[in-house]
Ligand binder design. Structure first.
Ligand code: SF4
Length: 342
């Protein structure tokens, strides 16, 4: 698949567009997506394995200061059995996600990856926060090859203001380190944080394009229960959806997920994300008994089931990709190394 770059960089007018200008922006983004990925959408499943977190992000319900949350670590055997015996047929990749909890990485994530690698050819992504380089290496040798680590906010002062994980420079350093050591890295940012200006939103695009990424997400700010921002207004849908479309036009080759919070933002927000250039959907396979305590936003989460994601794909005239995400990245890397030799 040819990697295409163009000179697109969004303007403030693009990001706040509405009506006909917005429809034109989203139409161009959808066309760029079809040109690069045809009508295929990657289908991934997520399991959330721990809601312990040593960080204290102001926008997240799992922050360490939230003492009202019942903390859990899932059981590796239970997850392995569910994923090996009962996963939906459409799933090609598994994303293993947790708060920043190195204990869970050692006790749950590593054994789970080893079981999946031994028994299946599923692609394996992890979203586990900023960890020690030795732990990244262990995860990689166990069989994971996609690391999801959002830069969250593309400005050092705002990053600090919202107590985003670790420090801004450290976060970007880890993103670069992961890419240099062979991971496919997907990052992301939040649209519509309190007091965020259009200039701040544009700054996220500067940061994203400066990083060695394979994909990037846009998450709408949803005020989380039991956070310092619980009374703030949620993100408007235009900024979020326009950011998805602008990311697609800036980097047609990136994998851009439709995040479940799009449905908290507006009715059919998820389908709207697919229409604006997203090409990855994620169904949630976290066991019911712990899922309610994984509260990045609020307790009334919108849980994407297999039926929800497949219905959204079909309704948008798209089709689930038979090629997995990890396999796709592997094929791209092979083609790039052949092209480099020629
Ligand atoms: S956003 Fe991530 S790192 Fe920050 S508190 Fe929530 S789970 Fe922890």
């Amino acid at each position: 698949m040819p990697v295409q770059f163009n000179d697109f960089f969004p303007t403030a007018a693009d990001l706040e567009s509405a009506g006909a200008a917005q429809a034109a922006l989203h139409g161009r983004a959808a066309e760029a997506t079809r040109k690069q990925f045809h009508r295929e959408v990657f289908v991934r499943a997520v399991v959330e394995v721990s809601n312990f977190c040593r960080e204290n992000c102001a926008y997240c319900g799992m922050r360490r200061d939230n003492r009202t949350l019942k903390r859990f670590r899932a059981h590796h055997e239970q997850l392995a059995e569910m994923l090996l015996q009962h996963r939906p047929a459409s799933v090609t990749d598994i994303n293993i996600q947790a708060g920043e909890d190195p204990v869970a990485v050692r006790e749950i994530v590593l054994p789970l990856i080893r079981s999946l690698r031994r028994e299946t050819s599923l692609g394996i992504s992890v979203c586990l926060g900023t960890l020690a380089p030795e732990l990244y290496a262990e995860l990689q040798s166990a069989g994971a090859n996609i690391y999801i680590i959002k830069f969250e906010i593309g400005d050092a002062a705002q990053y600090e203001k919202f107590a985003a994980p670790g420090g801004y420079d450290e976060r970007l350093r880890h993103i670069r380190l992961l890419a240099e050591t062979g991971w496919n890295v997907s990052s992301g940012f939040i649209a519509g944080l309190p007091d965020q200006t259009l200039a701040d939103l544009l700054g996220n695009f500067e940061t994203a394009r400066s990083l060695p990424l394979s994909g990037c997400s846009v998450s709408p700010f949803i005020p989380g229960n039991e956070t310092p921002l619980s009374d703030a207004l949620p993100a408007g849908s235009n900024w979020t959806l326009n950011s998805i479309a602008a990311l697609r036009l800036m980097r047609p080759d990136w994998v851009i997920p439709a995040v479940s919070a799009l449905n908290l933002m507006e009715h059919d927000g998820y389908r709207h994300g697919l229409r604006a250039g997203a090409n990855l959907v994620t169904m949630n396979l976290t066991p019911d008994d712990v899922r309610g305590d994984y509260v990045i936003y609020k307790r009334d989460r919108f849980i994407m089931t297999e039926e929800h994601v497949l219905t959204a794909i079909t309704a948008e005239g798209l089709t689930p990709s038979a090629t997995g995400l990890a396999e796709f990245y592997r094929e791209c890397a092979e083609k790039n190394s052949v092209a480099a030799i020629l």
